[in-house]
Write a protein that binds this ligand. Sequence first.
Ligand code: PEP
Length: 282
Amino acid sequence: MKVGQVRLRRFANTVANGYFCSVIKFNNSPIMRKKIVAGNWKMNTTVPEGKELAEAIVAKLSTVPSDVQLIIAPPFTHLCCAGKAIKGTSIALSAQNCADQPKGAFTGEVSAAMLKSIDCTYVILGHSERRQYYGETSATLVAKIGLALENGLKPIYCIGEKLEEREAGHHFDVVKAQIEEVLYTLTPEQMSQIVVAYEPVWAIGTGKTATSEQAQEIHAFVRKTIAAKFGQQIADDCSILYGGSCKPSNAKELFAQKDIDGGLIGGASLKADDFVAIAQSY
Ligand code: PEP
């Protein structure tokens, strides 16, 4: 930290919306960003199993530090039921995707407005599995993020490099392009609604985790890239999550890094004990 900079960290419950933020003073301007642990259930669990999982997380919620925002992202079919299970708690509901069109003849798609109507707060967009298996491009993601924001949803925008890109030393260029092509199209006000999830593709579901140094290095770079377009305050207020084989045994070290504001959790979010233990790592 530079001389003259005052840095105080404390936690404040923003009671109005039920969320908790970390509040940092930096050059006398308050910085607020949430600590978030979000569970991406992917295409797992039946509806009854999902209900049981959501209820098990609720049952353990009192053991999670009060300044950590828990989010669950069940499949579309589970959203209403899981939403009921978490109703009245501080846990927020997220979808895993939304359509790139507002409404109409798009068989099989689910719109941002539909998600908002069942009390979703967040939507995961740009997950590497969507980019890889469903051909999602930056153009698709600009459309989806725009619709999500128009409908009052907060996008959790996923970025991250593939193994060959890291091995070739191109990881900074890859995430920079993913930020510039999509997030740079937003207004500062829109950008302030975005959560970013850095998920190195080689670490997702593989058991390989980025080291805390690797993750911190790229998270700091992501924040710097956001600051270059939107200014330091918006960058400092943006929660940047790490994703990729995050589990109870490695979460503490990852979350201790200055620019890591929590995790997007896949496999380990399917067990309430593990998911909650990750959140307890703060
Ligand atoms: C994910 O897919 O978002 C993810 C982080 O998966 P996992 O934790 O299983 O690596």
